[in-house]
Design a binder for this molecule. Sequence first.
Ligand SMILES: *Cc1c(COP(=O)(O)O)cnc(C)c1O
Length: 436
Amino acid sequence: MKLYSTNGKAEAVRIDQAILQGLAPDGGLYMPESIPKLSPAFVDALASHTLGEIAFEVAGLFLSEVIPDSKLSALTDEAVNFECPLTTLDTSTSVLELFHGPTYAFKDFGARFMARVMSYFRRDTNSELTILVATSGDTGGAVANGFFNVPGIQVVLLYPHGKVSPLQEQQLTTLGGNIEALEVDGTFDDCQRMVKEAFVDSDLKSRFELTSANSINIARLIPQSFYYLHAAAELQRRFNDKVKISFSVPSGNFGNLTAGLFASRYGLKVERFVASTNINDTFVRYLEQDRYEPKASVPTLSNAMDVGNPSNFVRLCELYRKDDPSIHEEILGASFDDDATKAMIVSCYEKFQYLICPHGAVGLLGVEKYRDTLPEDTQHVMLATAHPAKFPEVMDSVLPDKTEIPDGLKAVLSAEKKATAVSCEFSQLKDFLLTR
Ligand SMILES: *Cc1c(COP(=O)(O)O)cnc(C)c1O
């Protein structure tokens, strides 16, 4: 398999090169020259397969040329070592709970898989790979956890002092081991600038192998396609193998939705995808007006989706040739404000005694918006991207004292914080790297 850059000015590369590079040298995102297909026999027998079997089969579509089967199977098992239950709300609606990994959000799928694949590609390299990550919150926690104790890899996280939530800060600063946190006296943009300066600094480049682990890496999309097939397998077991399925995906940078479209290209039949956003609705407006007009992001209650210029939009453009009307046959768009989000958290609890986080509430609003326009026998699956206890302030403001903190999160909250305070001067990052 070869992957090309969406900017069209870099050479096509093998999958291992695309994963180790992250971003293509011309600044584009890597895409497979054609999306591989699962064998019809596998898709026909989907209901007989476990999540682990699906993960191995799908990972093999991309990686079988570069990772032997036995290694790949161990790697996918280790990456996805947590549950992914499909919880029924009513006879035609269910929630795919993607938040049972170590950081209680779906980004664990992508980060854990990417970490293990990168580590495998560097198995014969004696030197250490140093991953620099600037984070405004959630991504950093998943990346830190994903790479925790992964051999040959050192992670340095930069986060803005006082600008991440207390829980997020604990997730960034309490692991220890190969994860180090720098608490920057500045903004997220300062953190990002410092990381960018490090990548072009000649002293650092000669001393370290530096890379980033941001969300545009193709290795994060592959594992995110596993669970669409897993949900379909589960519904086929509960209903039959002709069951019609629609997925509502709470979206920000659109990696999750892109992974769903990959799953449909492998051969999974999907009735519709609903791209559900908060008022940061650049993609929804694009669907309505055929014009892409990114805007500065606006803060909302579903803050992991506060994205004004979604990074995976360029990948979506590759999946649909320009002006291809079929995008409207596959994807419906819907955006909702914070009042609607709060009202949905409450009504979901009142109707089903089910607690949904603000991102999931946006997803459920997307289900409701289109339910009546889809065939009556459709099963609607909403992708629950985070555990409600990650957002205690929002949950308690609409449903006081209902959200319990799971033991795993309590443990993080009481763990000892270890972070090095630095100013927002690049020289402080450089000194830290050179002297640690
Ligand atoms: C990152 C994130 C999203 C958005 O996912 P994208 O792949 O960027 O569209 C939604 N919900 C939560 C909780 C997230 O952390």
